[in-house]
Ligand binder design. Structure first.
Ligand SMILES: [Zn+2]
Length: 408
């Protein structure tokens, strides 16, 4: 939130001094990052901190930290622009400077905001707009980081950041295991499996095909080619699917006071998971969008709602029978149902993703009984991408399915 305030000349010039030196530190930090090919805050700070402290003796030392952070963010977004071919300079230019503040450099109170300068603390007393009070009184917290910018005519533009206090995770009453796969995710709701198609792999391959068609024989530096590539919006479309799915799952968990159970993924590499894709880059892209980004989207959403997430060991989750503990054998040739296997002990049939769900729940500490030999265990209901994208809740999908079954 932007707060504008006119200050006296002494205050303005104390802040102007800070701005000038901050800009110098920022430029040095960016140059250091460029010549050492790093965008890491820690590495930039380690590289320049001492010399900058020497150069700017009276400047409160935390400005060096925040300028390094600033530099790291600018370098990061410059990198991204460069990758998309949209950077028109060879280094990020520092035109406008907004000074970043951390909790050492400013203090907030309702009658004044004080800011550290080379001449001690100066204070500004902004008038708070209505919207400020709306947030302030509704329990939003003021973040410890803030920013300010100097405008003409002794005007300071101060940015306070409101953040919501994250709700504390509750004590879960049940578990909702979620198994991620390259073309679907499966989920266990009240002991009933459900497969939601995401088609992540198919979509990624489709985009790859279209991208190849656009760039065939042409340079990606050509503007027309770049424009066409941008119009594909692959990243946005996949992020939409992830966000929607994460929201459906987290809402369901929140309403039933359940914990979400996910596989702890880093051990499994894309090499293992998407074997049939030869292209290494492409394999990594599919892995990221179907597994790691999906997992992160769920965790992030869960944190927002205070839904607990349990991460469990992913090994052998789909090859051990959750009832007998025996091995589940999948036909090596795949047959007509390559994802369905048979338990060595009970001879009952299992769908790979359903096995994983029950094992995930067990590993998280769920002791509820596992149904044996039900139809859903080897033939779980599948919901198409277009269908669940329009659904208000997972619950409504389950109910709609049951209604259809009854009618049939
Ligand atoms: Zn079994």
């Amino acid at each position: 939130m932007k707060l504008r305030v006119r200050v006296d000349h002494a205050t303005y010039s104390a802040l102007k001094e800070v701005e000038e030196e901050y800009r110098e530190v920022l430029e040095d930090a960016i140059n250091y990052g460029l010549s050492n090919e790093t965008t890491s805050f820690t590495r930039i700070k380690a590289g320049i901190y001492r010399t900058e402290r020497e150069k700017h003796k009276d400047l409160p030392s935390h400005y060096v930290y925040t300028a390094c952070e600033d530099a790291s963010e600018r370098l990061d977004s410059f990198e991204k622009l460069k990758r998309r071919g949209r950077a028109y300079t060879d280094k990020p230019s520092v035109r406008k400077v907004t000074i970043h503040l951390d909790d050492h450099l400013w203090k907030f109170s309702l009658d004044k905001i004080s800011i550290s300068t080379k001449r001690g603390r100066v204070s500004i007393s902004p008038a708070f707009p209505k919207i400020f009070w709306r947030y302030y009184n509704k329990g939003w917290l003021i973040a410890s980081e803030a920013r300010f910018k100097l405008l003409k005519g002794n005007v300071v533009e101060f940015y306070v950041i409101f953040k919501r206090d994250e709700p504390k995770p509750y004590e879960p009453k049940a578990f909702i295991p979620v198994d991620l796969n390259e073309n679907s995710i499966s989920i266990l709701l009240n002991n009933e499996p459900l497969l939601l198609e995401t088609n992540t792999k198919k979509i990624t391959l489709g985009y790859e095909y279209r991208r190849k068609a656009i760039t065939a024989g042409k340079s990606t530096k050509v503007r027309e080619v770049r424009r066409k590539l941008r119009k594909l919006r692959e990243r946005d479309k996949k992020a939409d699917i992830r966000r929607k799915l994460a929201k459906l799952i987290v809402k369901e968990a929140f309403e039933s006071r359940s914990a979400i159970v996910l596989e702890d993924l880093p051990r499994r590499t894309p090499e293992h998971m998407i074997k049939d894709i030869k292209d290494k880059q492409l394999r990594l892209r599919i892995y990221r969008s179907a597994f790691s980004s999906m997992k992160n989207a769920i965790i992030e959403k869960a944190r927002e709602f205070g839904v607990p997430v349990v991460l469990v060991n992913p090994s052998h989750t789909s090859t051990v029978c959750p009832v007998h503990g025996a091995k589940i054998v999948y036909r090596p040739d795949g047959g007509s149902a390559p994802r369905v296997g048979v338990c060595e002990k009970g001879k009952e049939r299992w769908h790979r993703d359903v096995v994983a769900l029950y094992n995930l729940a067990k590993r998280a500490g769920d002791v509820s009984p596992v149904p044996l030999g039900s139809k859903e265990s080897h033939d779980p209901p599948t919901v198409e991408l277009g269908r669940w994208l329009r659904a208000k809740s997972l619950h409504s999908i389950v109910i709609e399915r049951k209604m259809l079954e009854m009618r049939a």
